[in-house]
Design a binder for this molecule. Structure first.
Ligand SMILES: [Zn+2]
Length: 97
């Protein structure tokens, strides 16, 4: 399990955004007075990829390789530290500091 550097959540996946081309059929909807889209089909070009944390939706500064490494990461010590920090922060909130 990896840890999001932004929200510190334990995550086992990343959200990936890829650019590409969307093809669709458009119709003029006379009743509504606007265009309707049908049969939308997305074809990824795989060129630009951005990775987001699925928990906080923050953009993570990773390239393909780093994303793979990130998902492979199993740093238990780091997990313990993050857990501790969270615990301390929660305690602080309870004390009203
Ligand atoms: Zn996050």
């Amino acid at each position: 399990m990896s840890i999001c550097p932004k929200c510190k959540a334990k995550i086992d996946s990343l959200r990936q955004v890829t650019t590409g081309i969307e093809k669709c059929d458009i119709f003029f909807n006379e009743k509504e007075g606007w265009i309707d889209w049908k049969n939308e089909k997305f074809e990824s070009d795989g060129i630009i990829r951005i990775f987001y944390c699925p928990e906080c939706d923050e953009e993570l500064n990773l390239d393909d390789e780093e994303a793979e490494q990130f998902l492979l990461e199993k740093d238990e010590l780091k997990e313990i530290i993050v857990e501790k920090i969270k615990q301390i922060e929660d305690d602080k909130k309870l004390c009203g500091v």
